[in-house]
Design a protein around this ligand. Structure first.
Ligand code: ADP
Ligand code: MG
Length: 166
């Protein structure tokens, strides 16, 4: 995929409430403004990369890009599971991510156990791949040190300009 690595950031909004948190795998959702900016060659499926909340530390992440049931599967959604245990939820905060690699396309699972097993294997793959020097380098990218706080989020136009700089 030519667009990888892909940098983006946006406010964490409430998701569709599919109970990801109950499965032990909370996923922070981006608003349409971020999803709509995705390059055309970014297909649906599971990605891995780096993420940071507000001005916090950069952590490993896995992201699912899928079809949003809220819009009758006509619009994409971007959901990031950060590989870190947070003390509190961070709705309304700015989440900055860089997607660095693709793991697999979307699949449907017949049981919840099969779904959870697949996600856990995605997480293991992400943990290993992100240790590669070319990926570790992106953890230290200026993009993360310039992350705005939730009290002063950048307007969408500015965010787009920053992203195009990458
Ligand atoms: P929703 O349907 O609103 O997205 P989820 O059950 O997917 O609800 O939970 C996502 C929320 O959980 C995030 O918006 C965030 O505030 C919180 N959260 C706590 N820990 C994490 C984490 N490690 N990764 C992603 N989100 C997390
Ligand atoms: Mg979610």
């Amino acid at each position: 995929m030519k667009s990888l690595p892909y940098f983006c950031r946006g406010e964490v909004i409430r998701g569709f409430g599919r109970g990801s948190k109950e499965l032990g795998i909370p996923t922070a959702n981006f608003p349409d403004s971020v999803v709509d900016n995705l390059p055309a060659d970014i297909s649906t499926g599971i990605y891995y990369g780096w993420a940071c909340v507000g001005n916090g530390d950069v952590h490993k992440m896995v992201m699912s890009i899928g079809w949003n049931p809220y819009y009758k599967n006509t619009k994409k959604s971007m959901e990031t599971h950060v590989l870190h245990t947070f003390k509190e939820d961070f709705y309304g905060e700015i989440l900055s991510v860089v997607m660095v690699g693709y793991i697999r396309p979307e699949r449907s699972y017949t049981t919840l156990e099969a779904l959870i097993a697949a996600i856990n294997s995605d997480i293991e793959e992400a943990k290993v791949k992100l240790e590669l020097p070319e990926h570790l380098k992106l953890r230290d990218d200026n993009f993360f040190t310039s992350a705005p706080s939730s009290s002063s989020p950048l307007p969408t136009t500015t965010v787009t300009t920053i992203m195009n700089g990458h």
